[in-house]
Design a protein. Structure first.
Length: 189
């Protein structure tokens, strides 16, 4: 059995990834270490460079995920900087930013990167399309969950979380799992 180390201090992120992870011959382990997170405009680049750094530092096969919310009417803001922005802006601040726009198409971008020590990371990305609501709704989740309405939905993510009805986009996880199945034992280390 080969071990794969998901590098995150976020227990919820690890729990969700674990619930999707079904690769035979692999065990999944959470590695709670803080690693430098580069600042870039792409979740793909952030996930890749973070995974490569962690794999080299830990000398282990690792997975690292990065997430961003891109609001088209705001030029892609806040993008991968969402975590920092949500510390600075309140729900009211977000609503003010969105108020002057007729439409607020947006998408979540999820990137997960797999890296082996000394190797270039393999990255899998998916986008979850939707719009930003003008008024926050729901209790659960973060600020952006109270404002983001997924495509073909009428409720925000927070409202769905409140009713245990939200299913996070996870096709990037399944793409990673398909890739892991192609790895031969000898190419692994």
């Amino acid at each position: 059995m080969r071990s794969l180390y998901f590098v995150t201090t976020n227990d919820n992120k690890f729990r969700f990834f674990s619930s999707c992870f079904t690769v035979k011959g692999w065990s999944l382990v959470q590695k709670k270490v803080k690693i430098p997170e580069i600042q870039a405009y792409s979740t793909r680049i952030i996930a890749a460079r973070s995974a490569e750094f962690a794999a080299d530092q830990l000398n282990l096969p690792v997975v690292k995920e990065d997430v961003g919310l891109f609001i088209e009417s705001l030029g892609g803001f806040p993008g991968p900087f969402l975590k920092q922005i949500e510390k600075w802006l309140s729900i009211d601040d977000f609503q003010k930013l969105l108020a002057n726009n007729d439409r607020n198409p947006a998408y979540w971008e999820y990137s997960v990167a797999f890296a082996l020590p000394g190797k270039e990371a393999k990255v899998f990305t998916t986008k979850h399309q939707g719009t930003m609501a003008y008024k926050a709704k729901g209790i659960s989740g973060c600020i952006s969950d109270k404002l983001f309405v997924p495509k073909n939905e009428r409720r925000t993510i927070a409202e769905m979380l409140d009713n245990n009805a939200y299913h996070k986009e996870s096709s990037h996880y399944f793409s990673l799992q398909s890739y892991l199945l192609t790895l031969k034992k000898r190419s692994f280390r």
